[in-house]
Design a protein around this ligand. Sequence first.
Ligand SMILES: Nc1ncnc2c1ncn2[C@@H]1O[C@H](COP(=O)(O)OP(=O)(O)O)[C@@H](O)[C@H]1O
Ligand SMILES: Cc1cn([C@H]2C[C@H](O)[C@@H](COP(=O)(O)OP(=O)(O)O)O2)c(=O)[nH]c1=O
Length: 228
Amino acid sequence: MLDMPGRGKARFITFEGGEGVGKSTQARRLVDNLAKVSIGAVRTREPGGTPRAEAIRSFILQGRPESWGAGAEAVLFAAARLDHVKQLVAPSLESGKWVVSDRFHDSTRAYQGLTGGVEEKLIAALEVLALDGRKPDLTFVLDMDPALAFERVRERAPEEALVATGDRFEKEELDWHQRLREAFLAIARDNPERCVVIPANQGAEALEQEIWDTITRRYPETVAGPGA
Ligand SMILES: Nc1ncnc2c1ncn2[C@@H]1O[C@H](COP(=O)(O)OP(=O)(O)O)[C@@H](O)[C@H]1O
Ligand SMILES: Cc1cn([C@H]2C[C@H](O)[C@@H](COP(=O)(O)OP(=O)(O)O)O2)c(=O)[nH]c1=O
């Protein structure tokens, strides 16, 4: 990955939202668009991003729905996040690379906190631990009707919709996903400087353009100069 000194501060960008809204697709496209203007970026994800955090990911996501409970999950996601921040996010930013993460701390707030019922003060305390003084500079909250997003996921992996295997979170009830959508919107309202809500029920190219427009407005160094 290219290290680009003199291109301004490396930024930490996160994508948040429910399942199937297009986070992974857009995270990938954003990293490609940054490369086109010679900005090196690391794409990562949560839970995961480092070997230890990936181990915690399989540990949690392959469990049965009732096996952990939201409190224990919040602690496990926080442990994974701390490793991710220390081993990957912070060193990458310090070396001048941007970091683009598919999910980050807002997911704990939305899933385990606002939807899962873990108290705000516990979520806040775990954030202090797990973020280790880092916070995303910009968060894209991809927002759409979860029923439509679920159709996308079903097309991606039809067998998951039919049999009880795969990622357990995708089998939760639709009304639960509606509450989750509201949780992400509430987080965005509470953090208006950091969060930008993007209507996600549009084509991937249109979405990519809206995201890139936001990036270039906020960060002038991403506007390609002559000969770029
Ligand atoms: N804007 C879009 N419109 C239609 N389908 C999309 C769009 N973006 C992504 N997809 C498809 O929807 C599915 C979920 O996208 P993905 O990026 O994996 O979402 P997420 O990471 O939010 O779960 C994939 O099959 C992907 O190809
Ligand atoms: C990072 C994080 C994820 N999660 C959940 C959200 C997802 O259901 C799951 C991660 O699965 P993932 O496959 O990354 O999500 P998606 O289907 O959106 O691509 O873990 C939490 O509950 N809390 C967290 O802090």
